[in-house]
Ligand binder design. Structure first.
Ligand code: MCN
Length: 801
């Protein structure tokens, strides 16, 4: 990776010593070797094991449960049904009230009288060994009186459809509308469409995906008196603690949550899981430690899924290609229940459908609909990949309709560099960027002109292998924060982040962060931030996280927020540490604070650089405390929080060159180039890794992955044989680069990167496939682009789905 820097916009403080260095991640050795505290590695004296009896049917009344044989089985300590815990189990929380009248059917951790998706837990077994608990599952006899499965979101949304929750009057939980005309951010949408020369309409299916993190979910709960310690493979120990306390009635100060090293989450562990609540209930009842670790099949079936939208999108333009209006109607398949942010995830799309384009008019409508499937919720990008897919796909379709080059159309309509800050029709203020520079660099990287030439040759010769080139010129809103904005969206938590920095007497530094990495390399990146700011060696810094007793304040990791919010809190804390140390230095050096310079970790008296003290010496001086000012406490440490005023807006141009074999339907990515702008880059190696991982997941949505249910509501892609997660061998070489436009909204100047690759890549890949075969009459191909679908679209018409 190289970095293309625009001299006019690089960080004023760059280059710094550590920031910008491709440091290898200090946490990797123990993560890769597994010699660490994965939750499932925990063994506690007297620990019991929990296993769950899960529903084999999608929709049914539970008429009877016979647990007598299971209770008698060897090693079994307890068997509990939903009825047994009805009084104490509460409801799994949903933290996002999208509309005031949003309907939440409630979600018991153990089903009481009805099951609403395959894999829903109906009883739990506690035994002395995992094997004994698992063996007893078979002995639980459940009578199901089946109800019709409700599987198709478009059918489920209709009046008179079979109901998922019989106590509700419809399957629609909420109807959310954003109308730019009414909001005052745009003109009247219907009028814009009435006046337009050209209108293009499409129906896209953004299929259901499974987060498929590497480490399955796992939880251990240890009761000690009336207190509980929970270890969980979670992204959100802080939020989990608050929510679990609310659900179970365990006082928050009696509950400590620890996320030890966590093997990936991708949004799938941004959840308060029924199993976590059940482990707490069991530990409370039995007074013994208990562990639950899911099997891979349980994980694929019962951990929440992602995406799953049917999108109706209309775009209006004049003949010259100026966009005039955008109209979106979404049906979000939420599955059977509202989990933590099930309802809000598709609503985030409201902000993102206009992409990087200057639409004068925009209307967004969304129905959140229940079906008898596993609940959907956050999956890498959460709401933004779906929107980006639709807008980047329809821009290509509009270009075809107008007979324009797809890039020319984009250029004509995107926000120009000199127009930032720019308030979009969706009401967001994009703060910085330069779409043109990123695009020009991406074209160079991929060798655009030669590819177009090859495409022309293949078309003319009627080669069975056709070549296509697809674009995605995207932005996204991440750094999920501004508390005030989240509050205005009725999100059930703030968005700030917290940090503490402690200088230890020996000069080493402890950094405590509320961010909760689960693969993102925060220990390395935060060390780089602090090393530069305090001028201490990178190796002397320890980053502590993921334990509510150590990092008592925090709001965890999701929405590519950790660097721009959590890292910014770390920088603030470092500045406070310097301010405190400065007072002591002034006292010890007998100089005025104003006369002290701080550079490279050393305070010196202006004009007499030989007179000075290292910040580490000051930490020792206050520890021994023989001589320090009265108004200073004997520690060099500081707490800080950061709550930005705006989201973070990374952007980039992704280009995919794709070969499509029209005889077999096989597709092959020939080249993939992308230029992303994530502002100041703290660690280029981590950033490149994040982009690569995101690309793998975005390409996987385009080409491989789909959670499929059969007509009875069984998940037919319940193993990794059927659910195709690509390996490195399935992916092409990525040519990546960056432009750097410093973000004004945080002291680092960074923009989030954790989801960018995933958000950007899917439409580039599908656009490339269509560009290859559109001249054969193909209008759309439904994702994932399996050989069968591609072949059908080419030979039989339709979208191949
Ligand atoms: N970074 C940087 N310079 C920038 C931006 C980021 O050096 N300009 C670095 C950061 O210091 C951090 C990493 O890149 O080490 C990611 O930063 P950020 O964009 O702030 O994202 P988060 O740390 O908040 O991570 C969340 C994001 C999300 S939302 C998903 S989903 C996702 C992702 O991270 N899940 C992941 N990346 C993942 N990577 C792994 N290995 N596992 C997951 O589950």
């Amino acid at each position: 990776m190289t970095v293309t820097e625009d001299p006019a916009t690089t960080a004023p403080s760059a280059p710094e010593k550590e920031i910008g260095q491709a440091r290898r991640r200090k946490e990797d050795a123990h993560l890769i070797t597994g010699e660490t505290t994965w939750t499932d590695n925990m063994v506690l004296p007297g620990m019991l094991h929990m296993a769950l009896v899960r529903s084999p049917v999608a929709h049914a009344r539970i008429t009877a449960i016979d647990v007598s044989a299971a209770r008698e089985a060897p090693g079994v300590v307890a068997v509990l049904t939903g009825q047994d815990v009805a009084e104490e189990q509460g409801s799994i929380p949903s933290a996002w009230q999208v509309t005031p009248d949003m309907v939440n059917p409630g979600h018991p951790s153990l089903a009481v009288d009805q099951v609403n998706h395959v894999g829903e837990a109906v009883a739990l077994i506690v035994a002395r060994s995992r094997a004994a608990a698992t063996d007893a599952i078979e002995l639980v006899d459940v009578d199901y009186d089946t109800l019709p499965p409700v599987l198709d979101v478009e059918e489920a949304a209709k009046e008179g459809a079979d109901l998922v929750h019989s106590h509700l009057s419809s399957n629609t939980s909420y109807h959310f509308v954003f109308d730019a005309g009414e909001a005052g951010t745009g003109s009247d949408t219907e009028q814009a469409f009435a006046d337009a020369d050209v209108v293009v309409s499409r129906r896209f299916v953004n299929q259901r995906l499974i987060p498929a993190f590497m480490e399955p979910r796992s939880v251990v709960v240890q009761p000690v008196g009336d207190s509980f310690t929970m270890w969980s493979a979670t992204q959100i120990p802080h939020i989990l603690r608050v929510m679990a306390a609310m659900v179970t009635g365990i006082p928050e100060h009696k509950l400590r949550v620890i996320a030890p090293d966590v093997g990936g989450g991708f949004g799938g562990k941004l959840q308060v899981n029924p199993e976590e609540i059940l482990a707490l209930l069991v530990a409370r009842r039995l007074g013994k430690p208990v562990k639950w670790t899911e099997t891979r099949s349980e994980s694929l079936m019962a951990a929440h899924h992602g995406r799953d939208q049917v999108q109706y999108i209309d775009i209006a333009a004049d003949r010259e290609g100026n966009v005039k209006g955008l109209r979106v109607r979404l049906l979000a398949d939420m599955g059977a229940y509202l989990r933590l942010i099930t309802a809000g995830t598709p609503a985030l799309g409201a902000f993102m459908f206009p992409g990087i384009y200057k639409f004068p008019a925009y209307r967004f409508e969304l129905d959140g609909v229940f079906t008898t499937k596993t609940p959907t919720d956050a999956y890498r990008g959460a709401g933004r990949p779906e929107a980006t897919f639709a807008i980047e796909r329809i821009m290509d379709e509009l270009a075809v309709e107008l007979g324009m080059d797809p890039l020319e159309l984009r250029r004509k309509n995107w926000i120009d560099a000199e127009e930032f800050p720019f308030t979009t029709v969706a009401g967001l203020e994009y703060d910085s960027g330069d779409y043109d520079t990123a695009t020009r660099r991406a074209l160079e990287l991929i060798g655009y002109d030669e590819l177009r030439e090859e495409q022309r040759r293949r078309r003319e010769s009627g080669d069975p292998v056709q070549l296509g080139i697809g674009f995605s010129t995207f932005t996204e809103m991440c750094g999920i924060a501004p508390s005030r904005v989240l509050g205005s969206l009725s999100f059930g938590s703030g968005g700030w982040e917290h940090a503490t920095i402690r200088m230890l007497p020996t000069g080493k530094v402890e950094v405590v962060t509320g961010s909760t990495p689960h693969g993102q390399g925060h220990e390395t990146a935060w060390s780089q931030l602090v090393a530069d700011r305090l001028g201490v060696p990178f190796e002397d810094i320890e980053v502590l996280h993921g334990d509510t007793a150590i990092a008592s304040r925090g709001l965890d990791t999701y929405g590519s927020r950790s660097l721009v919010v959590g890292g910014a809190a770390v920088v603030r804390a470092a500045d406070k540490v310097i301010a405190k140390a400065r007072k002591v230095a002034a006292h010890l050096l007998e100089a005025s604070e104003d006369d002290l310079e701080f550079d490279g970790g050393r305070f010196s008296v202006r004009g007499t650089p030989g007179t000075g003290m290292a910040i580490q010496e000051i930490a020792l001086a206050v520890f021994t405390a023989h001589n320090y000012p009265e108004d200073i406490e004997p520690t060099i440490d500081a707490d800080a929080a950061f709550d930005p005023v705006n989201f973070s807006f990374p952007h980039g141009t992704h280009i995919c060159a794709m070969e499509v074999d029209t005889e077999t339907g096989f597709v092959k990515i020939r080249k993939y180039a992308c230029v992303d702008d994530v502002g100041t880059i703290v660690n280029p190696l981590i950033v490149e890794g994040q982009i690569h991982g995101g690309l793998a997941q975005g390409i996987a949505q385009a080409l491989y992955e789909e959670a499929v249910y059969d007509a009875d509501g069984n998940l037919t892609t319940g193993t990794f044989v059927d659910y195709l997660v690509p390996s490195a061998a399935d992916l092409p070489h990525f040519d990546t680069d960056n432009t750097v436009h410093v973000a004004p909204g945080n002291p680092i100047g960074a923009k989030g990167v954790g989801e960018a690759g995933c958000i950007a890549s899917t439409p580039a890949v599908v656009n490339a496939a269509l560009d290859a075969v559109r001249h054969l009459g193909v209008r759309d191909i439904r994702m994932p682009l399996t050989p069968e679908r591609v072949w059908r679209a080419v030979h039989e018409g339709g979208d191949g789905g």
